[in-house]
Write a protein that binds this ligand. Structure first.
Ligand code: NAD
Length: 239
């Protein structure tokens, strides 16, 4: 039997990249997965992770259709590019914070009561190494991801009494829809090896390598891990 046998999970941002890999892996490990995204796709429920009504609808559908909720992987995110502070507008900030930070807040707020009824739960939020260290993302993106790490620490302490663990993952550079431009430009310039140049492992990461970290945090394998930001970056942030 799989490590998520009988579990019910919601994964946001599941039409592409890390979320898609996680939905596939969670299913392979025995979970029933409600895969949500704003972009249509196979087995996708259309829902905006930064909109409270949509998050409530996802949680309600897990509870009523599948009988409960054990895992929420709040993974949906947008990058907003690498524009400087002087190029970004308050509207850019509002949209990036809405999806990347208010999204995980809504996931925690609405998943916790349903998980509480089941006696336990695991919430995993995708942050980024950009939330730990300047230079890996644009200003609003980095601030939103630092916010996710802080939110996870607060939520972990507030929900521990209900036996709900809350953790974050901090991926390094992973080849997905979000980073397609970086990879395409490097390949077009014949400089694909530049992607791995700064990384101790000399390569970028694959979505499945983040999905496996999400599986660890979602499953009972991490039963004593709580309020942690797990860096999965090949050693990039040490170099
Ligand atoms: P991706 O673009 O391939 O996938 C993100 C998915 O989220 C897309 O399918 C998109 O439609 C969806 N999405 C965007 N806004 C949404 C919303 N409001 N509601 C629901 N879905 C929404 O990118 P990815 O790299 O797989 O990104 C997943 C997460 O990983 C993001 O939070 C991102 O910030 C984070 N991350 C990515 C990297 C990387 O190098 N790719 C590094 C660190 C962190």
């Amino acid at each position: 039997t799989g490590r998520l046998q009988g579990r019910i999970a919601i994964v946001t941002g599941a039409a592409s990249g890390i979320g898609k890999a996680a939905a596939t892996l969670f299913r392979a490990e025995g979970a029933t997965v409600v895969a949500a995204d704003v972009t249509p796709g196979e087995d996708i429920v259309i829902a905006d992770a930064g909109r409270e009504e949509d998050v409530m609808r996802l949680v309600n559908s897990a509870a009523t259709t599948h009988g409960g909720l054990d895992i929420f992987f709040a993974n949906a995110g947008i990058s907003g590019g690498l524009a400087s502070i002087f190029e970004q507008t308050p509207q850019d900030w509002q949209e990036i914070l809405r999806v990347n930070l208010i999204g995980p807040f809504l996931a925690i707020k609405h998943a916790a009561p349903v998980m509480k009824a089941r006696g336990k739960g695991s919430i995993v939020c995708t942050a980024s190494v950009a939330g730990l260290r300047a230079g890996a993302g644009g200003p609003a993106y980095s601030a939103s991801k630092a916010g996710v790490i802080s939110l996870v620490e607060i939520a972990a302490t507030q929900l521990a009494g209900a036996n709900i663990r809350v953790n974050a993952i901090c991926p390094g550079l992973i080849e997905t829809g979000m980073t397609k431009g970086i990879y395409d430009n490097a390949r077009a310039a014949g400089k694909e090896d530049m992607i791995g140049h700064l990384n101790p492992l000399k390569r970028g990461g694959e979505p499945d390598e983040i999905a496996r970290a999400a599986l660890f945090l979602a499953s009972d394998d991490s039963s004593y891990v709580n309020g942690h930001a797990l860096v999965v970056d090949g050693g990039l942030s040490c170099s």
